[in-house]
Design a protein around this ligand. Structure first.
Ligand code: ATP
Ligand code: MN
Length: 147
């Protein structure tokens, strides 16, 4: 599989962190590079707030995103921060950067595990034009192996 440009969307959850680790090893193996993306839902509560508050909030987001890094050395990467609907932002970015692969968690921050996939993952899997690798948390498997 061509995996030169790998899009890794993150909601800053442990699941997304796990997906980033998988994406990093894929990139290391295939000489690919990562686009690490966060899409912030446009916050209604910020509409009435001052410009300074909003700037500070965006700055915090940028810092948080800058701290999300490939887990393998020598993997090239760039960050992207968008505002709007997460699934739409991920699909739009995949087109824009001409992603060969999207690597994301099956769940995120909300993590309703009774469902097979979160809503963002489901929309992306359904509508993306490139392959999508969904990464599950493997703690349950680890436990079995330990037994
Ligand atoms: P839901 O949001 O439907 O309640 P969930 O939070 O458990 O469920 P998703 O939101 O679908 O599950 O998250 C699955 C994956 O999608 C995450 O691991 C992450 O890779 C990606 N993702 C989710 N939200 C965002 C976001 N706002 N920006 C970038 N990536 C995201
Ligand atoms: Mn979510």
């Amino acid at each position: 599989m061509n995996a030169k440009t790998i899009l890794v969307p993150t909601d800053f959850s442990p699941m997304a962190e796990h997906a980033l680790a998988e994406a990093s090893s894929l990139a290391a193996e295939h000489g690919g590079s990562l686009v690490i993306l966060h899409v912030e839902k446009t916050p209604r509560t910020h509409n009435g707030e001052s410009h300074a508050d909003l700037a500070e909030y965006v700055d915090e987001l940028r810092k948080a995103l800058a701290a999300v890094l490939p887990t393998e050395p020598d993997v090239s990467y760039r960050h992207k921060l968008l505002f709007g609907d997460p699934a739409e932002g991920i699909l739009q970015t995949a087109d824009e950067v001409d992603a060969d692969l999207i690597v994301m968690g099956t769940h995120g921050r909300t993590g309703l595990n009774r469902l097979m996939m979160g809503s963002v993952a489901e929309v992306v899997v359904r509508r993306a034009d490139c392959p999508v690798l969904t990464v599950k948390e493997c703690s349950a498997i680890d436990t079995l192996v330990a037994l």
